[in-house]
Write a protein that binds this ligand. Structure first.
Ligand code: UT7
Length: 322
């Protein structure tokens, strides 16, 4: 039966020009290229230029997604931007992106769920489109995450990078197995101390820096992600064998491999950008999705599974057909 649903009709991404290699980092803190590659799979990450803002990265990714979808900016009536590193405390960075795209109508707001942010933003936009509140959305994940790193803390500063990815999400009628099929997002605030920023507007009045007990987060990540994935699969009656492509949040190659193994997913179906991008938080899923669509791996009609886990803890999974 045909129902009102949302469809991803275009993708785009943007990476800042400057690259910081593992060897560069070994000159800054007590680490090595070998340790970072072995423990994380990361080889390099991109760093936003001085004066280059999250809204600049997001706008570039959004423009690429609009062009890819063949949609004019003036047709967009909803922007949901996932970020942990907004340009300013307020207004929402999404409204700055809206302005930079020349859009004066509709609604734009930010979603904050750290590394799971893109899935929370996609779930939010999908729900609003299904309800008929808006027609054409931009869902963006954008971060200048390196600005909240403590560059003297080797346990975190080697992991993250900057970037942005975007999708155009359009409403329309379709079958149950088309477009955005199912999403499952969850949080558990009791795990805050394992991954957080030690500053903020109402606590310290400072931006603060990322603090993480990496091995604890790692342990929870595989379990939480696997349960979210099982939820979207059982919700839709799909089996893991039905999945054409797996586009996970890119935190650590060992997490990607661990989740794929636990789910019984063929490793060849896993899209990995962690080596070249590092962990770009909310940007990592749309960046990886765009890359795999543009290089021809993910094609129209493919069934795609996505998942993420981040600070909060927050985690989730989403199933969609392109
Ligand atoms: O996206 C948001 C969610 N975040 C994640 O999913 C991250 C999840 N966690 C991880 O990816 C991994 O836990 C890390 C990559 C962060 C760390 O890997 P690990 O295998 O869990 O290492 P560890 O934290 O248990 O540390 C092992 C050793 C320690 O030394 P000792 O105590 O054994 O002597 C650390 O001090 O590695 C040391 N270490 C480093 N050594 C060289 C920690 N960071 C570094 C480093 N270079 N950069």
């Amino acid at each position: 039966m045909n129902t009102q649903r949302s469809f991803i009709t275009g993708t785009g991404s943007y990476l800042p020009a400057r690259i910081l290699s593992n060897t560069d980092l070994a000159g800054m803190v007590d680490t090595s290229d070998e340790w970072i590659r072995e423990r994380t799979g990361i080889e390099q990450r991109h760093i936003a230029a001085e004066g280059e803002l999250t809204s600049d990265l997001a706008t570039a990714a959004a423009r690429a997604a609009l062009e890819n979808a063949g949609v004019e900016a003036s047709e967009i009536d909803l922007i949901v931007l996932a970020t942990t590193t907004p340009d300013n405390t307020f207004p929402a960075t999404a409204t700055t992106v809206q302005h930079k795209l020349g859009i004066t109508d509709g609604a734009a707001f930010d979603v904050q769920a750290v590394c799971s942010g893109f899935l929370f933003a996609l779930a939010t936009a999908d729900s609003m489109l299904r309800q008929g509140l808006f027609n054409n959305a931009l869902v963006i994940g954008a971060e200048t995450f390196t600005r909240i790193l403590d560059w003297s803390d080797r346990s975190t500063c080697v992991l993250f990078g900057d970037g942005a990815g975007a999708v155009v999400l359009q409403s329309g009628e379709g079958e149950d197995d088309q477009g955005v099929i199912s999403h499952h997002v969850r949080t558990d605030g009791s795990k805050k101390e394992l991954l957080y920023v030690d500053g903020g507007v109402s606590s310290t009045g400072t931006i603060g820096h990322v603090r993480m007990q990496g091995n604890q987060v790692f342990r929870h990540a595989i379990a939480n992600i696997s349960s979210a994935v099982q939820a979207v699969l059982s919700d839709t009656g799909h089996d893991i064998a039905d999945i054409d492509w797996f586009v996970p949040h890119q935190a650590n190659q060992r997490i990607l491999n661990g989740v794929a193994k636990r789910l019984g997913l063929d490793e060849e179906k896993v899209i990995s950008t962690v080596a070249k991008h590092g962990n770009t938080s909310a940007a990592s899923i749309p960046l990886a999705l765009d890359q795999a669509i543009r290089d021809g791996r993910i094609q129209k009609g493919d069934l795609v599974l996505s998942e993420a886990m981040g600070g909060g803890f927050s985690w989730g999974a989403c199933l969609f057909r392109l």
